[in-house]
Write a protein that binds this ligand. Structure first.
Ligand code: V47
Length: 370
């Protein structure tokens, strides 16, 4: 009886998927409230294929950099940021950062630099432009995926320029795309609770909108598993879907599971998300975001074994080799900080999929056919 009930809640959604119909707010809630995990996985995998997905699973060879952890915002979910006076605060000079990146490139041959920082009020806008320019000059073949929309908004405050002008200067210096951070949860109630000092979501959207319109592709995220409700998760995903309808430049969506260690939420007894919630979020995202081509199973947060399972829950990307992840590990991630290509290939193959090394823009670099 219980099994029949569970199956029936997904049936109307299954019919919509087969008919190529868009899911609505109520469907989103039904998905999140369902405890038919395998049913959700089957639906998400079917939706992915019906929308043109293949057996290919992507990853990129990348280096993570964080030039400064100094941050003015004090988000309650963050264990990475520091104030200038704290002993662990750091800001790496552009020269040192570039030297390090060039050394790492010689060792590994990565094709992407992924950089996210604190909103450091003690450096000028020129610091960011100089860093992009210096990295681009030293490593012209490397794609620079740098600075979240929150950082771009911070740069408008530092410079007095508009979002578009900041992006234009960074693009001229060599910026390739934006990472998806800073989105957190868009609903005002949650933002006030977890990130009261952060910019209004309108600025996050204005930044991505401007980027897309000037040909800078971007990524998008949702930070889930803290104080948000299912309704607020659905609201978040629908806002992203509308933005993609309007400007079309999101390459991928990455659901980010909240890690509470070393944050105020740890002291309040918050726990890490469960694997079930992580898989459900991936399936939900794939089903709702019918216009974003790639959904990432972020192995840094869920571990590679579960990320491989997630490939049957709508995900088609496992992010990358990721050398030196810091943000999730500051907040208690027990996963590795790097994967070798051979490891990624092994896990993807074990999941019955075809590993494809991509560049940041999803052009194929190498494939491992079955
Ligand atoms: O905005 C911070 C998240 C984001 C925690 O574009 C946390 O491919 C969980 O932009 N627990 C920054 N999450 C990182 C980011 C990112 C990450 C992965 C992939 C991509 C991409 C971009 O990290 C923040 C916030 O949402 N974050 N602290 C934490 N304790």
């Amino acid at each position: 009886m219980a099994l029949l009930d569970r199956t029936s809640t997904l049936d109307p959604i299954s019919e919509k998927i087969d008919a190529g119909e868009r899911l609505d707010f109520e469907d989103g809630l039904t998905l999140l409230e369902s405890d038919d995990l395998l049913g959700l996985g089957e639906l998400a995998d079917r939706a992915r294929r019906l929308r043109g997905g293949t057996d290919d699973v992507f990853f990129v060879q990348n280096l993570y950099l964080n030039q400064t952890n100094v941050c003015r915002v004090k988000c309650k979910f963050c264990a990475f940021a520091a104030t200038q006076k704290q002993a662990h605060a750091y800001t790496i000079s552009t020269e040192e950062l570039v030297e390090d990146a060039v050394r790492q490139r010689e060792l590994t041959g990565f094709t992407e630099i992924h950089m996210v920082n604190g909103e450091n009020p003690h450096v000028p806008f020129a610091f960011y432009v100089d860093t992009v320019r210096a990295l681009h000059e030293a490593l012209p073949d490397v794609h620079l995926k740098m600075y979240t929309a929150s950082e771009i908004h911070h740069m408008t405050k530092l410079s007095g320029l508009s979002h578009e002008e900041v992006l234009r200067e960074l693009k001229a210096a060599g910026l390739g795309s934006l990472p998806g951070g800073g989105a957190e949860i868009f609903a005002d109630r949650v933002r006030q609770l977890v990130a009261p000092g952060k910019e209004h979501p309108d600025f996050w959207f204005a930044t991505h909108d401007a980027a897309h319109r000037m040909g800078i592709p971007t990524h998008c995220t949702m930070l889930y598993g803290h104080v948000e409700t299912y309704e607020e998760r659905v609201d978040h995903i629908l806002r992203l879907r509308s933005q993609q309808d309007a400007s079309g430049g999101f390459l991928a969506f990455i659901p980010l599971a909240f890690h509470p260690e070393n944050t105020v939420f740890e002291r309040r007894g918050f726990r890490h998300t469960t694997g079930v919630d992580d898989l459900k979020m991936l399936a939900f995202s794939r089903l709702m975001l019918d216009n974003i081509p790639n959904i990432k199973a972020y192995w840094i947060m869920m571990g590679m074994p579960l990320a491989a399972v997630a490939l049957h829950f709508g995900a088609n990307d496992v992010q990358g080799t990721v050398m030196r992840e810091a943000i999730f590990h500051a907040a208690g991630a027990r996963t590795e900080t790097e994967q070798k290509i051979e490891q990624l290939v092994r896990y993807v193959r074990e999941a019955g999929r075809t590993p494809v090394q991509r560049d940041t823009l999803y052009n194929e670099i190498r494939r491992w056919d079955p």
